[in-house]
Each structure stands twice: as structure tokens, then as C-alpha cells.
Write a protein that binds this ligand. Structure first.
Ligand code: FAD
Length: 341
């Protein structure tokens, strides 16, 4: 069999990182990324990019922890390299604060992030409305630079990237041996996945260079995440809302909530508003499926539905998707050598 041809549909953080893992896992493959949008026009560009996992109720915790750990280790290495600033990856310390002590004082990821500990009384004085808190150091991706860095790495390994809207994955069967579906919320239409739904998120990106520590309310709704150039203020979680237009009332509400956590944000400048649709599911869809029509077959690997936590687990799920692609190729090679006998 000639070099197997793999198409990855989608150029958000999941598609690009999956394409990169495929080039590492199956170096003999020819990989192409097809997407109707690239950075800066994906959901991944809107994200805050903090490595704080979201919990997927339908996926075992040890699997989620493994995905997070692989992602953390990968980005930690980048943060310690000369690539860090171009890739937009940096360590950030801060606090997760709670109005009431949570039932689970030690989240499953507490031994993956660095220096996780309960906040001291002195630290809690900064947050008079909160009773309990956790201090730790994690990683943050500045999303557009990270996506561009991934694209650059892909181009350097010979991956082709084309702007193309895919209407039906089967349309790719005559050009590619394996197709990988990383279409995010686009999978709702592309593969008719009714289990996939949007959770709309609105955030503000502001200039406030004095803010160096992250602050996250334990309810996950209000957060202040400093990046290399701008601070992300959030947010909202609106289930089944598809509207991508910013809402001015919501902008004011987010700003007020963040100022109540960090009053100095009253002086923030150059407020930009962004909206994205988190591709949400009970569990990430990470599995093989074989499409067939008229005796022809097309192996497809799905990797979508990362909801509110795509950045936190992207490398772990990309590695698993690449392993599934390798299995598909091994099966194709096995059947083509059997056919020659
Ligand atoms: P996308 O980035 O949407 O990429 C999908 C790609 O598929 C796009 O390129 C699209 O053009 C393409 N596509 C879709 N349909 C088709 C088609 N038919 N044909 C061709 N191409 C197609 N996660 C974290 O871990 N930490 C955070 O701090 C964080 N903050 C967030 C804040 C907000 C406001 C939002 C909205 C999300 C946040 N997330 C965060 C979640 C994260 O953004 C997502 O989980 C992640 O971006 C999903 O990546 P994706 O590549 O699957 O989707």
C-alpha cells in the first residue's frame, strides 16, 4: 500500500493537535487538514485556554486524568523551552475561591497541577465574599498564538491545509484512506449527532497588564485569567443557545462580576467581546466507525465533543485519536496484503 492518506476535518485545537499526533505516530502517512475556518475564526480562538479540567460525566475519571496529565506534561515542556512565547504557553498561579466549602476538596486533577494547597487565611482576606479556596499553579495557552504555532509545526512536517467545507464525510472516500472528524460543534450537522449541543460562552479580552494571578469562582462562571498580552474575563454558560452575537447586557454583567473579584479591573482598557459555542456532550466522542456504501469502506475516527475543557485535554485525546488512526491503517494494510495473496 502506498503512503496512506489521512484527512483531518477541523482546524481548532483538536484538529490541529490530532493532525500533529498522527504525523508523530504514523510518520509514513500523508496528512491533510480540511476546514471551513482556521484561526482566528474558530471556537478555540475564543477560549481562555486555561488548563483546569472540566468533568465529562460519561467518561471514567482515570481516563480524563490521563488526558489531562498528558496535555499538562506536553505544555509544561513547551513552557520550559525557547518556543514558549511564540507558542503562547505560560505558567500562571492563582486561586479558585468558593462561597461555601465544596463537597470535594481535592479535585481529581489536584496532583497534576503544581503546588495545589488550601488557601491561607491571609490569602482569603482578598476575597471577603468567599470562605474557602485552593491555590495552585497551572498552564495557560494564549489560544490564537498556540493555534498558529501548531499550524507552523504541521506545515514544517509537510501537512497540507486547505479551506474546504465538508458536507458529508463520505465525499472524502475517493481521495483519502482514513478520515478524522475533529469538527467540534460542526459535528452536529456533519454527522447528525443529536447528543452534541452548544453551550454558549461570552468572554471579554481586556488590557490590564498588572493582573498577574488567575482568579476563578468555584462555580466556574466568573473568572479572571491573565494571558501573555491580555486578560480574559468570563463568563457565561448558556446551554442550547446558538447565537454568536455578543450581548451588551451580558458584557456589563461579566465586567461587574469580575470587578467584584478583582476591583482593580475597573481600570481595564480596550475591552473586546468574544462569543464561542462549546461543543458539549456527556462524553467526548473518541472512537472508530466504518462508513460503507456499495461495497466500499471508509474508516473514520471521531474526536469531538470536548465542551468546556478542550484545551485542558487536547493532547491526551489527540494521542488516542492518532492510535485509532494507526489501527485503521494496520487493518487496511492487512486487508490489502491479503488481497494480493
Ligand atoms: P473548534 O475550535 O470549534 O474547531 C472545529 C473546527 O472544525 C473549526 O476549524 C471549524 O471550522 C471546523 N469545521 C466544523 N464543521 C466543518 C465542516 N463541515 N467542514 C469543514 N470544517 C468544519 N477549554 C479549556 O480547556 N480551557 C478554557 O479556559 C476554556 N475556555 C473557554 C471559554 C469559552 C468562552 C469557550 C467558548 C470555550 C472554552 N473552552 C476552554 C473550551 C474549548 O474552547 C473547546 O473545548 C475547544 O476549543 C474545542 O475545540 P475543537 O477543535 O473541537 O472545536
Amino acid at each position: 500500500m502506498a503512503a496512506p492518506k489521512v484527512a483531518v476535518v477541523g482546524a481548532g485545537v483538536i484538529g490541529l493537535s490530532t493532525a500533529l499526533c498522527i504525523t508523530e505516530t504514523c510518520p509514513s502517512c500523508s496528512v491533510t487538514v480540511l476546514s471551513d475556518q482556521f484561526s482566528p475564526n474558530t471556537t478555540s480562538d475564543v477560549a481562555a485556554g486555561m488548563l483546569i479540567p472540566h468533568t465529562y460525566p460519561g467518561t471514567p475519571i482515570h481516563v480524563q486524568k490521563q488526558w489531562f496529565k498528558e496535555t499538562f506534561t506536553y505544555l509544561f515542556d513547551i513552557s520550559n523551552s525557547a518556543e514558549a512565547s511564540e507558542a503562547g504557553i505560560h505558567l500562571v498561579s492563582g486561586w479558585q475561591v468558593f462561597k461555601n466549602t465544596p463537597k470535594e476538596e481535592l479535585p481529581f486533577w489536584s496532583d497534576v497541577v503544581l503546588g495545589f494547597r488550601p488557601m491561607s487565611e491571609a490569602e482569603l482576606q482578598k476575597f471577603p465574599q468567599h470562605q474557602f479556596g485552593q491555590a495552585f499553579t497551572t498552564l495557560k495557552c494564549d489560544c490564537p498564538p498556540y493555534l498558529l504555532w501548531l499550524e507552523k509545526r504541521l506545515k514544517a512536517t509537510g501537512v497540507q491545509m486547505y479551506t474546504r467545507r465538508v458536507v458529508d464525510l463520505w465525499d472524502l472516500h475517493s481521495e483519502y484512506n482514513v478520515v478524522v472528524n475533529c469538527s467540534g460543534i460542526g459535528a452536529h450537522q456533519l454527522v447528525g449527532d443529536e447528543k452534541l449541543f452548544p453551550i454558549r460562552g461570552q468572554v471579554l479580552k481586556v488590557h490590564a497588564p498588572w493582573v498577574k494571578n488567575f482568579i476563578r469562582d468555584g462555580d466556574g462562571l466568573t473568572y479572571v485569567y491573565p494571558g501573555i498580552h491580555r486578560v480574559t474575563l468570563g463568563g457565561t454558560r448558556e446551554k442550547d443557545v446558538w447565537n454568536l452575537s455578543p450581548d451588551p447586557g451580558t458584557t456589563q454583567d461579566i465586567f461587574d462580576r469580575c470587578c467584584s473579584l478583582e476591583p482593580s479591573l475597573q481600570e481595564a482598557q480596550d475591552i473586546k467581546v468574544k462569543v464561542g459555542l462549546r461543543p458539549s456532550r456527556q462524553r467526548v466522542r473518541l472512537q472508530k466507525e466504518v462508513f460503507s456504501q456499495g461495497g466500499l469502506k471508509l474508516p473514520v475516527v471521531h474526536n469531538y465533543g470536548h465542551g468546556a475543557g478542550g484545551f485542558s485535554v487536547h493532547r491526551g485525546t489527540a494521542k488516542e485519536a492518532a492510535r485509532l488512526v494507526r489501527e485503521c491503517i494496520a487493518a487496511l494494510q492487512g486487508s490489502s496484503s491479503r488481497a494480493k495473496l
